[in-house]
Ligand binder design. Structure first.
Ligand SMILES: [Zn+2]
Length: 317
């Protein structure tokens, strides 16, 4: 395993973008497993859900939006704090950036470290990184739940529980039954759990499934366009999380060190999940967080560019 390039540094092939209409109001900008952006078009304004990594990349989303509407993008909603989804926000020129209080707190606490960490992990995903003006600061911060009316269109913005991060927020269009899940659900892409609450995540997936979405836009991967596809996306995410966490718990219970637990978990999961995008990238960080959660670290520790490299060396070196 020692010839693996750090994180996603070997991933340089551009992905093909799809822009799918899911309902009268909902669109999904997806790119073969790269981070997705959701689009909600109301009577008088557009809301974007997750902003892409840079303002230059946001321009490509805007170009797609302009093929279906000329209404202004008034809101950018952040499903969580990760740099690869938030640093492009300024590219939309929106009036407001919406986030949960927990996401706001994470940006304040660790946004700077996360930006440096993610830029090194995913060089391809930060195209024109020099266009990033700095951290993205929310201008509308809510706790738990808020309802936004885009004219007559009701948009429910909700924290259904912790999972991928402390601040996870989903967007639900109750009339259209379309859900934008952020990284709480992935499809054909490996869930990143380096900042996760693995104990809580399954109950949050239950809450998400209880909405009975007809369609779902995951954080990564193709949009899910039928209730069966939605169920498969949620089940696949749940299976990965529980298989990974169970393997780490077994290793910790038998007193093994992180490197041994990582090797065993990698071997156990690769046959089932190894074909999902960013599997090799995520697994060291996923196992490290799971190992921490079994111990004294109830909250995820801050990743820095330095800590990333040390972990990679310890597990893959
Ligand atoms: Zn994320």
């Amino acid at each position: 395993m020692s010839d693996k390039k750090f994180a996603s540094q070997a991933d340089l092939a551009e992905k093909k973008v799809s822009f799918d209409q899911l309902s009268d109001h909902a669109y999904a900008y997806t790119a073969e497993g790269d981070p997705n952006t959701g689009v909600v078009i109301g009577d008088d304004a557009v809301m974007v859900i997750d902003a892409q990594a840079t303002p230059v990349m946001a321009q490509d989303v805007l170009r797609h939006i302009r093929t279906v509407t000329d209404k202004p993008v008034k809101y950018v909603m952040l499903s969580h704090y990760h740099a690869v989804r938030v640093l492009g926000a300024s590219g939309f020129g929106a009036e407001h950036v919406i986030a949960s209080r927990d996401t706001y707190d994470l940006i304040a606490e660790r946004g700077e470290a996360d930006m440096k960490s993610e830029i090194e992990r995913f060089p391809r995903l930060f195209r024109a990184v020099e266009s990033v003006p700095g951290l993205t600061w929310p201008t509308l911060v809510f706790q738990g739940h808020m309802t936004l009316w885009l004219g007559t269109l009701r948009v429910e913005i909700m924290q259904l529980g912790r999972g991928h991060t402390k601040g996870d927020t989903v967007v639900w269009l109750p009339e259209d039954r379309v859900l934008f899940s952020g990284d709480l659900v992935e499809y054909g892409a490996t869930p990143y759990t380096g900042d996760a609450y693995l104990t809580d995540w399954p109950a949050t997936l239950d809450a998400l499934a209880a909405l009975r979405p007809a369609k779902l836009v995951p954080g990564r991967g193709a949009s899910l366009k039928t209730p069966d596809e939605v169920a498969a996306g949620i089940a696949g995410t749940r299976a990965f999380i529980s298989d990974m966490f169970a393997s780490v718990k077994r290793g910790v219970a038998s007193g093994k060190d992180l490197r041994s637990v990582y090797r065993e978990t990698y071997a156990a999961l690769a046959p089932k999940y190894g074909q999902w995008v960013i599997f090799d990238h995520c697994l060291p960080f996923d196992v490290s967080r799971a190992y921490d959660e079994c111990g004294v670290h109830r909250d995820p520790r801050i990743w820095t560019a330095q800590r990333d490299k040390e972990l990679w060396q310890a597990l893959e070196g």
